[in-house]
Ligand binder design. Structure first.
Ligand code: GLN
Ligand code: ZN
Length: 763
């Protein structure tokens, strides 16, 4: 019999119950017991739902109060020394200390920083990075996997516990105290896994899922050999192991994976359907295959006919007892339930499937294989119809857009003149002082601003009053910037909820959801827009706000837009055309907005691309092609202006040292960049590669509420001036100010302007 399985379910809850419980606990409103009981309730609901829907293998230990890698850090007792943990089991307060750090309560206290967080492969989910020492010791320090298995068992549900595999865990780890030596760390880590697997087997676990997504990366031969050694060892003690790979093709690691002594191997057949054929040819007779046929990274309904073709091929080759059906990866990366979107566009709704609907699809596919297609004829027909409607819909394809992209791609997308010429013309027009000061765009989104937006959304504040309110906010922000002497002003972005959602709301081909939340980290969730069709800019989006702001001041006003790559990265994208194509369309839509702003007399336009780096493919050999189309998209968006119009861009959240060539080819007039951590190193890299366009390195960290002292800002600026010449530099914070309070922003910016003034006269 073919089995319907799942690799992981979203944890946050359909009404974001986990978020609410966590935040209530952190602010002292509920007790730890209450938090745990709400978490138990969520797990119960999710297990029962998957059980009722008819899954054979339901995951356990996929739930987490914060992050599953942090859970594993606790599980193996790899608690960094600074958290002063002693004991045998990791307690909740140590757990949250690692996740969030601590605040200093008294003057003698020192605040403890949280552990570092980074993106989980190429998703927008963030995990806590394990921090190990070269001589790290491990010990089994949590009973979570066992507890959750028993908890489900008590409900009559036999689950399949999920754990990150030992190699992926170590490959994702970092050390601040020396090089990590994989084989010796494994020697110490494996006994912990062995102990745990034995406990699970004793408790009645039949299958465990060990996630080894690192197998989709390019690995050294040494590491590949370790995979074999480890799984040979683990399979002695363990329940049957399903080894899960996802987020791509295994390439040269496929043979390694197929020959591991495990019971089943999971392949991502959404990202890499072509690996099925090879797997079926080379698979040893003892191995079962788990086919990842339902997209765990996107919200589209599965083409069940197509998925069935793959599944039938596998059943034919292996027999139904060696085949499992699964989502391509954990469903953590999709929203929970389409039922939570009653008001979504009625034509588009049938095209979508969220986590719950994806589980339903898996069950239908499995029944088609086990009972014959006729058993699920209605479901297959409904699905087929939705797929056909989507394919044929005039909302999806707009031939004019395709033609425009094709024509645009014939051109090189360059500014008319080289930077030096543009700079002279812009300077003549703008008359900016040396070391011009500016900000990144947003000003505090106060509770007042958020309340007004909510009231407007709920119909309690009419549009006219809401807009009056926004104009008032803009005016105050302009006056403030003028008062403290900022050179290039912004309007403050008060009308925007989120930099991607706002533009998504106004472009044709993009849908905004009401409740389609996806966990980003801890209790933080995002609601990515859905790009469903060819993207069209139907009318100006920002012009009326920007021209209003510009009319209030003699100083130049900088308009802020979101760039095409960031729009793409932070949305659910179409699966019926390459990402590049969607990105080009977004680029042309933004190009139209840029042109509208220029025509309205705006002289400075910033196109934010904080997510440029994030789009980098997991496999090294695919990176060049990515940067080619990503940069071309940015240039399509940004180069349709006269020499006199100054184009800025802003980037943050990542390291840039290794993508300076790509950044240089964006050819922006001014680049503001977050560089708070390794600032001088980055600026040195810019200097060494002879980057000539203007740069605004963030001179203070806006992610902290701390107001920088004048002296610190002076010193930072001085240090920057040692590396880059004054005529190339701008002075700005390192990111937007929307999460800060006015009480912090006022003194910080005042001092920033003062620092620029001091050096202006001495440079
Ligand atoms: N212009 C945006 C802001 O100021 C940029 C946000 C970002 O860099 N992520 O908020
Ligand atoms: Zn930023």
């Amino acid at each position: 019999m073919v089995l319907a399985t799942n690799l992981g379910y979203p944890r946050i809850g359909a009404q974001r119950q986990l978020k609410k419980a966590l935040e209530a606990f952190w602010s002292g409103k509920i007790t730890a017991t209450e938090l745990q009981s709400r978490a138990t309730e969520l797990r119960k609901q999710h297990w029962q739902l998957q059980h009722t829907l008819g899954l054979h293998h339901i995951p356990a230990n996929d739930f987490s109060l914060y992050d599953h890698i942090l859970d594993t850090i606790a599980l193996v007792g790899a608690i960094p020394e600074r958290y002063a943990w002693s004991g045998t089991m990791v307690d909740l307060s140590t757990y949250f200390m690692m996740a969030r750090g601590t605040k200093a309560v008294t003057a003698e206290d020192t605040a403890l920083p949280a552990m570092e967080m980074t993106k989980w492969f190429d998703t927008n989910y963030h995990y806590i990075v394990p921090e190990l020492t070269p001589d790290q010791r491990f010990s089994l320090s949590s009973t979570k996997p066992l507890d959750e298995f028993l908890e489900a068992k008590a409900l009559g549900i036999y689950t399949r516990p999920v754990l990150p595999g030992p190699l992926t865990f170590l490959l994702l780890s970092k050390s601040h105290t020396g090089t990590l030596h994989l084989p010796s760390l494994l020697e110490r880590l494996l006994p912990v896994y062995e102990e745990l697997l034995q406990q699970l087997a004793a408790a009645g676990v039949e299958w465990v899922q060990l996630d080894e997504p690192c197998l989709v990366l390019r690995l050294d031969d040494e590491v590949r050999k370790l995979y074999h050694a480890i799984y040979t060892r683990l399979s002695n003690f363990s329940p049957r192991i399903l080894l899960a790979t996802y987020f791509g093709h295994l390439h040269e690691n496929l043979q390694t994976a197929l020959n591991l002594p495990v019971a089943a191997l999971h392949l991502d057949l959404v990202r890499a359907p072509e690996q099925l054929q090879q797997a079926l040819t080379d698979i040893p007779s003892t191995l079962s295959l788990s086919l990842g046929l339902v997209d765990g990274r996107n919200i589209w309904r599965t083409d069940l006919d197509r998925a069935l073709q793959y599944a039938e091929r596998a059943v034919q080759a292996l027999g139904s007892d060696r085949v499992m059906l699964a989502p391509s990866c954990s469903l953590l990366h999709v929203p929970m339930d389409l039922e939570q979107e009653p008001d979504i566009d009625a034509e588009i709704r049938p095209w979508l499937a969220f986590a719950r609907q994806k589980v339903e699809e898996l069950v239908v596919l499995t029944r088609a294989l086990n009972e014959g297609r006729s058993a699920v004829e209605t479901e297959l027909a409904t699905s087929r119809e939705a797929i056909q409607q989507r394919r044929a819909s005039s909302r999806v394809s707009n031939p004019a857009v395709a033609r425009r992209v094709a024509t645009a791609l014939q051109q090189s997308a360059q500014r008319t003149s080289p930077f030096a010429v543009r700079k002279a013309k812009q300077q003549e027009r703008l008359q900016l002082p040396l070391l011009p000061t500016t900000t990144i765009g947003s000003f505090p989104q106060t509770s007042e601003v958020r309340a007004a937006r909510q009231a407007h959304k709920k119909g309690k504040l009419n549009t006219q009053d809401y807009e009056t309110f926004l104009r008032h906010q803009i005016e105050e922000t302009i006056r403030f910037q003028e008062d403290i002497g900022i050179d290039v002003l912004v309007h403050g972005e008060f009308e925007r909820t989120d930099m991607v959602e706002y533009f998504g709301e106004h472009l044709q081909g993009i849908l905004i959801t009401a409740n389609a939340w996806v966990q980003s980290y801890g209790s933080r969730c995002v609601r990515p827009p859905i790009i469903y069709g060819d993207v069209v800019h139907t009318s100006p989006i920002t012009v009326r706000w920007i021209t209003y702001a510009q009319a209030l001041t003699e100083k130049p006003l900088k308009a802020i837009l979101t760039g095409p790559v960031t729009m793409l990265q932070w949305s659910f994208v179409r699966d019926d055309q390459p990402r590049a194509e969607t990105c080009y369309q977004l680029a042309l839509a933004i190009r139209d907005e840029v042109q509208a702003l220029e025509e309205a007399g705006i002289q400075i336009i910033q196109i934010d691309e904080p997510a440029l780096r994030e789009g980098t493919p997991l496999r090294v050999e695919e990176r060049e092609r990515y940067f080619e189309w990503a940069i071309h998209s940015f240039r399509l968006a940004s180069t349709g202006v006269k020499d006199e119009t100054q184009i800025h861009s802003h980037m943050c959240y990542s390291e840039f040292n290794d993508i300076l060539d790509a950044i240089a080819s964006m050819d922006v007039d001014v680049l503001s960049i977050e560089a708070s951590r390794s600032q001088l190193e980055l600026l040195n890299a810019f200097a060494t590669c002879r980057y000539l366009n203007d740069i605004g390195p963030g001179i203070y960290d806006i992610h902290s509420p701390r107001v920088p002292e004048q002296k610190e800002l002076d010193e930072t600026l001085q240090a920057i001036l040692q590396v880059l010449p004054a005529h190339q530099l701008w002075v700005n914070p390192d990111c937007g100010l929307k999460t800060r309070r006015w009480e912090e922003v006022r003194p910080s910016l005042t001092r920033m302007v003062e620092a620029a003034r001091r050096f202006r006269h001495t440079s």
